[in-house]
Design a protein around this ligand. Structure first.
Ligand SMILES: Cc1cc2nc3c(=O)[nH]c(=O)nc-3n(C[C@H](O)[C@H](O)[C@H](O)COP(=O)(O)O)c2cc1C
Length: 384
């Protein structure tokens, strides 16, 4: 039975362990480009032992960004910065993954620490947001939403294909479609945001047409040997929205369209939710396990998996295949090494670059001198 540190093979790619840095928007791009900050962030996590490293949701069109400071892949000029990121990730022994997305009606937003409010379309940093139907999300997303025409939807699918080609040119080896968190894919799926009467709305099959066509467009240019995955907004926690049974059906359908792994997350299509499970450990795992069992496809999930014993258990019990870490990866670049120490792994430093591991293995010093807990137990406060 694999554990958290067992390699994970998917298509032609092998991860050195089951630990992924989950995509996290950083709001540090200019003209959608990545730079030194991103090389530092992703390089340090790859050097810290993560098996798979995602930068952030990367937009397929300029209006698909969360805000003007977010990354994009809609212009060849963006390939160079992305290539620097994939190169450092590979140099440090991890696999570089890209998450392609479009924020739909939740775009044109301020940075979180500036208020996270939507910016008016006539403001220099704002734009006209688009979605399946002219229904604003509400709350802090106040501006009118322009309904996408069928022709514009086809253009977006072409943008997905162009983005996938650029992702390949930039050296990514794993591609995730972002269909969660209330962004465009999530809103086509949800009756709360999609009230179209054409072939992209109404029945569940129609509400999944956008996704099928996007998958087909990407799979057409993304090599078969490389994984194609999807983060799905699997539950709106609202009686009129997406329910988890719909997600199980959707994953089965996308499997027929080339999906290699499902990453289940939340719908986030409304603030009007039933009891959200944000304070519960590992709350997506049971749902992921159901998809894994019923659809017969590898599954990864995030949300509250930052305790090593919990992350290890969900792999050992065969519930999911891959643990995605968001906040723990921000807090601790060496989370995998720390977890390996906590779990009494026989050689935690093997996850590090060779020269560092040589020093740490061969120069043990006094207890805790390397700044990590001793294997399997926490370091005490030490002499006062
Ligand atoms: C700063 C920040 C930015 C995020 N940006 C994205 C994103 O771009 N795409 C995405 O799918 N999820 C995003 N998320 C969600 C994380 O990928 C992850 O699913 C979530 O934080 C739950 O995992 P955790 O409990 O390990 O933090 C973001 C989370 C954080 C904290």
């Amino acid at each position: 039975m694999p554990d958290l540190f067992s390699p994970f093979a998917l298509k032609g790619v092998v991860l050195r362990n089951r630990i992924a840095m989950s995509p996290m928007t950083q709001y540090r791009s200019t003209d959608g480009k990545m730079g030194d900050f991103h090389v530092m962030l992703m390089g340090s996590r790859a050097a810290g032992g993560f098996g798979l490293v995602f930068p952030e949701q990367i937009a397929i069109t300029p209006d698909g960004r969360t805000g003007v400071h977010c990354a994009g892949i809609y212009d060849d000029a963006q390939i160079e910065g992305l290539s620097r990121v994939t190169q450092i990730i590979k140099d440090m022994g991890a696999v570089p993954a890209i998450q392609l997305g479009h924020t739909g009606r939740k775009g044109s937003e301020q940075r979180p620490w500036e208020g996270k409010r939507q910016i008016a379309p006539d403001h220099p940093d704002g734009w006209q947001v688009r979605g399946p139907s002219p229904i604003p999300y509400g709350g802090r997303y106040t501006f009118p939403v322009q309904e996408l025409s069928a022709g514009e939807i086809a253009e977006l699918h072409r943008a997905y294909a162009s983005a996938a080609k650029r992702a390949l040119a930039a050296g990514f080896e794993w591609l995730e479609m972002h269909f969660a968190h209330g962004y465009l894919g999530a809103s086509f799926f949800s009756p709360l945001a999609n009230q179209r009467t054409d072939e992209y709305g109404g029945s569940l099959d129609n509400r999944l047409r956008f996704h099928r066509e996007a998958m087909d467009a990407v799979r057409g240019v993304w090599p078969e040997r490389l994984p194609l995955t999807m983060r799905l907004g699997s539950d709106d926690f609202n009686e009129h929205g997406v329910r988890f049974d719909d997600a199980v059906y959707a994953v089965g359908m996308m499997k027929e369209h080339g999906l290699d792994l499902a990453d289940l997350s939340l719908g986030m299509n409304t603030d009007a939710t039933e009891d959200l499970p944000f304070d519960r450990a590992a709350f997506m795992v049971e749902r992921g396990a159901r998809v894994r069992r019923e659809v017969g496809i590898p599954v990864g999930v995030s949300w509250n998996l930052g305790l090593p014993a919990v992350a290890d258990r969900v792999i050992r019990e065969g519930l999911i295949d891959l643990v995605l870490l968001g906040r723990p990866a921000l807090a601790n670049p060496h989370w995998p090494v720390w977890a390996a120490r906590e779990l009494a792994h026989n050689d935690p430093f093997e996850l590090l670059p060779q020269d560092w591991s040589w020093w740490l293995r061969n120069r043990p010093g006094s207890e805790g001198s390397h700044g990590l807990p001793e294997a399997g137990r926490r370091v005490g406060a030490g002499p006062g």
